[in-house]
Design a binder for this molecule. Structure first.
Ligand SMILES: N[C@@H](CCSC[C@H]1O[C@@H](n2cnc3c(=O)[nH]cnc32)[C@H](O)[C@@H]1O)C(=O)O
Ligand SMILES: [Zn+2]
Length: 430
């Protein structure tokens, strides 16, 4: 299978490279050539790229994909109330099949809005892995673990099963992580146990950190530490690749503790705004050399999985926080949503950039729209004007998943029937 995209505007996201017009050739799962003109081969599927822009697919660095089933079900609550009174009881009522359909709903929204890979933390991971396999998207999957009661090791065993069964599957599109949920749901002993497993199996960690002020207060009263100090105490930053979700409430010492860490922080600006959490110190972290990527968090809180929305809001928040519009400029935020997030998923040598040898994970954006004209500066348009609905074509691992806004691997009528019936049944009991 080979694809030739002709005469399109290309933003490779390679270091400081400006956009240019050219062709992109894909063979199998990889990009093999990018040049101003490439001779079509007889077997090529040719895509007309005129009036379009090709860029690396966006990487959503923090998600709970089946929470799309709970979108709009319990808004305008405090995080701890939302989580403990609404989400956890609803999740307890979800069957594995519900999770499969919820994940598929999330994946449909992601493919439609230009996301080609995501980091997911949830339960019933076999079903999410099946949804990833069938739909063609790329994902780093994590069984989230809350250690608040003795479950006879069930959660840990499910996490191990996920890693053993699914790492490298779906032509390498599936990778895995270990996911202790957060400082406030993981006592030190099981946390250290998971860190030791991550080190031994060479598997990254995915965990929430310092999302709310309440969390900071809770960890202070329990352990007399900041949440960051608490995680540092577990040894994870020194010993493993760690994907930290949120990192909103970090003081300057906390930021110093993260310096030199493998992995980095997934910024989820829309979720942070909607839950009233605060503004993450994104610029300060980048200044210290910490990798910051972008995620949406689950649709149960953020309510949208459109990474172009996150991109805009990420910029706005830093500009507002500093009272300075030069903060977090367009190119830098695009870098966060592609290469930054790719590094958080340990995929920096495979996705996040358009280059020969990289995976063919890319999107085409339709520029023939009033809000995307005239074209003074492509990076500005992408950061401040493009919406997920402007994505025309989505390609992952060399397979076209959406063309001309039609999903090719998902039956949307069936999907909407399933999710509505299931969502209704789940929330009736909460
Ligand atoms: N409840 C599971 C853990 C599930 S992992 C993912 C969890 O993260 C929760 N979650 C989603 N968004 C957020 C957030 O913003 N902060 C904290 N937890 C969240 C989500 O509801 C889900 O329960 C257990 O018993 O082990
Ligand atoms: Zn989360």
């Amino acid at each position: 299978m080979s694809i030739l995209i002709q005469q399109t505007t290309i933003l490779t996201m390679q270091e400081a490279e400006a956009p240019f017009t050219g062709d992109i050739r894909i063979e199998g799962s990889q990009i093999v050539q990018i040049a101003s003109h490439i001779m079509p081969q007889p077997e090529d599927e040719v895509i007309d790229g005129r009036n379009k822009l090709a860029m690396p697919g966006l990487v959503n660095a923090h998600q709970h994909s089946p929470m799309s089933l709970l979108r709009g079900f319990s808004d305008d609550l405090k995080l701890m109330d939302w989580l403990e009174r609404k989400m956890l009881p609803a999740e307890a009522r979800m069957t594995p099949e519900d999770i499969y359909w919820g994940a598929k709903l999330g994946i449909a929204e992601m493919i439609r809005s230009g996301t080609t890979a995501f980091a997911d933390m949830y339960i019933h991971m076999n079903e999410i892995a099946e949804a990833v396999t069938e739909t063609g998207i790329r994902a780093s999957l994590t069984r989230g673990m809350v250690f608040m009661e003795d479950d006879g090791g069930r959660r840990l065993q499910e996490a191990i099963d996920l890693v053993q069964r699914w790492s490298g599957k779906a032509n390498g599109r599936i990778t895995t992580m270990y996911g202790p949920h957060s400082p406030y749901t993981c006592p030190m002993e099981p946390l250290r146990e998971v860190v030791a497993m991550a080190v031994q199996d060479e598997i990254p960690l995915h965990i929430h950190l310092a999302e709310t002020k309440e969390e900071v207060e809770k960890i202070r009263s329990r352990y007399d530490m900041t949440p960051t100090e608490y995680l540092e105490e577990s040894g994870m930053f020194e010993r493993a690749h760690v994907l930290l979700a949120h990192g909103v409430h970090l003081n300057p010492q906390d930021i110093s503790r993260l310096k030199g860490m493998r992995g980095g922080v997934a910024h989820n600006p829309v979720s942070n705004l909607k839950l009233g959490c605060g503004i993450a110190p994104v610029e300060a972290m980048i200044f210290e050399g910490i990798t910051v990527g972008i995620g949406t968090d689950g649709a149960g809180s953020a309510t949208t999985l459109d990474m172009f929305e996150e991109i805009k809001v990420a910029c706005w928040l830093q500009k507002l926080d500093y009272g300075d519009p030069t903060r977090l400029p367009a190119r830098q935020v695009l870098d966060m949503a592609t290469r930054g997030s790719a590094k958080l998923l340990s995929l920096q040598n495979e996705v996040g950039m358009l280059a020969p040898g990289y995976k063919a994970d890319l999107i085409l954006i339709d520029l023939a729209k009033p809000h995307l004209q005239p074209i003074h500066n492509v990076e500005s348009l992408l950061a401040y004007s493009v919406n997920g609905a402007d994505v025309h074509t989505t390609i992952v691992d060399g397979q076209i998943l959406m063309q001309d806004r039609k999903l090719l691997t998902i039956d949307e009528d069936e999907l909407y029937r399933e999710v509505n019936t299931r969502a209704k049944r789940i929330v009736e009991g909460v």
